[in-house]
Design a protein around this ligand. Sequence first.
Ligand SMILES: [Zn+2]
Length: 337
Amino acid sequence: MYDVAAPAVETVAVDVLKEVLSHQRRLRDGGCAGEVCPRCVRHHLEAVRRAMASGRRIEFVLPAFPTKSPNPAKVLGPLPDLAEELALRFLDGLCERIARIYPPGAVILICSDGRVFNDLLGVGDENVTGYVRALDRMITRIGATRLEQFTLDEVHPGAGHEDMRAMLSAGHAPTLEELREEVRGGGAPLAMYRGITRFMLEDLSTPDYTGTRSALQRRCRQLAYRVIQRSRAWGNLLDELFPDAVRLSIHPQPCATDKIGILLADTPDAWLTPWHGVAVASGGRFTLMKRADAERAGATLAYVGGRPSFYALEPAGTGGSAPAAAHREPLEGAACA
Ligand SMILES: [Zn+2]
């Protein structure tokens, strides 16, 4: 068992949190201050210190990587691609850096929440299954030994997917009225509601949608509450199942609250995630864009292992494709278009 001398525990725990919080995704006007927010460090210190006192790995729980957006204007298809791979490498690298500070290291439990609300997005259960399995294969292939997946399927083995969702909601969801009350109060809940509504609107504005824009907006506002309701139920269940874990979130969070908002990739849009976009190689680095935006900017599609994987955008005047040196490894052997 790794034994940190008592006076050193505090220092090491602070260093671990500084590493995590250097990638913090903050809510605008959420109260965080400085490059690494000292109030957030203090708030999460006890959970990290507890893990260290027992000499075990620090466990992070991250509800994320649900399923690809159903809108082909945003993504390349239903399966994970280089956008997910870059995010997984980033998260595994974060745990590796933590292990240099605290040798027992850390693990991020990716609690894929696709099964929790895919029906509300109009995404089939078979797509969720395919996405989760492909993500597992990707984690193995890239050697991300500090990442693990956990899904609703494992909570109710053998149950039907509809039944799983019903059991989750029955035991752990707040009522819609409670959520509406929270959103009416403004702040972080309102920002979350607006963000989810925007995503629903984008995801459901598929080429085969024939109704009016205002009807779709109405529907998305209702669906957003139900998505938040199910997400909240999933979060509550995860809190019960992993009481000692540090909670991460892909959404920006206010200062010193239960969850640490964390970035997954290098993107100028604080809301864009790998499953809502495509990876675009440009100027020696990768960023995330919506597929239609990448194509409008003149990016060309690149294939890995015979499958569409990312886009390459050549900066004006360079005349040559130059994927980022830092990410050259995953592209080796790729037949780039
Ligand atoms: Zn803070």
